[in-house]
Design a protein around this ligand. Structure first.
Ligand SMILES: [Zn+2]
Ligand SMILES: [Zn+2]
Length: 145
């Protein structure tokens, strides 16, 4: 990544944070940039594994994740295995119902399904029961089959 791109990313993230009333701190930037690079929801442990060597302790990572969730920049999900996973809010789904996820019941790997469209008719029948907050598909991933 060139220095220019890096500076551009920092400026963009700083704007995102200030739009949500959050100050830009080194830890917050590091957490945001980590999530921007991730391509699936990640656990506090996975994020900390990279950030602790940078001098950001686990408690600080967790506090920042929680603040980003409260600010609406990050979503926190529990995909049925009692582990919280964090991912950047998907701006392409402003209605709150985000893209679906596939979780492997063998290895626990989570994959974002950006192209999975829940049929409108199905969604309608669900709204008679409640509000959809998460679409989760479980199965055996290709590596585990
Ligand atoms: Zn698997
Ligand atoms: Zn996702």
């Amino acid at each position: 990544m060139s220095l220019n791109t890096e500076a551009g990313t920092v400026a963009k993230t700083r704007k995102l944070l200030s739009d949500c009333g959050l100050r830009t701190t080194a830890a917050r930037l590091a957490v945001m940039h980590w999530l921007q690079r991730a391509n699936s929801p990640s656990t506090h442990a996975e994020i900390s594994a990279d950030l602790v060597p940078m001098g950001i302790d686990k408690a600080t990572v967790l506090r920042n994740l929680t603040e980003l969730v409260e600010a609406g920049l990050v979503t926190r999900k529990e995909l049925g295995d009692h582990v919280w996973r964090f991912e950047l809010r998907d701006a392409s789904h402003p209605d709150g119902c985000e893209h679906a996820h596939f979780i492997c019941v063998d290895c626990g790997r989570v994959t974002c399904l950006h192209k999975f469209d829940f049929p409108k008719s199905a969604l309608k029948s669900v709204t008679e029961v409640g509000n959809v907050t998460e679409i989760l598909i479980r199965g055996h991933c290709l590596l585990c089959q």
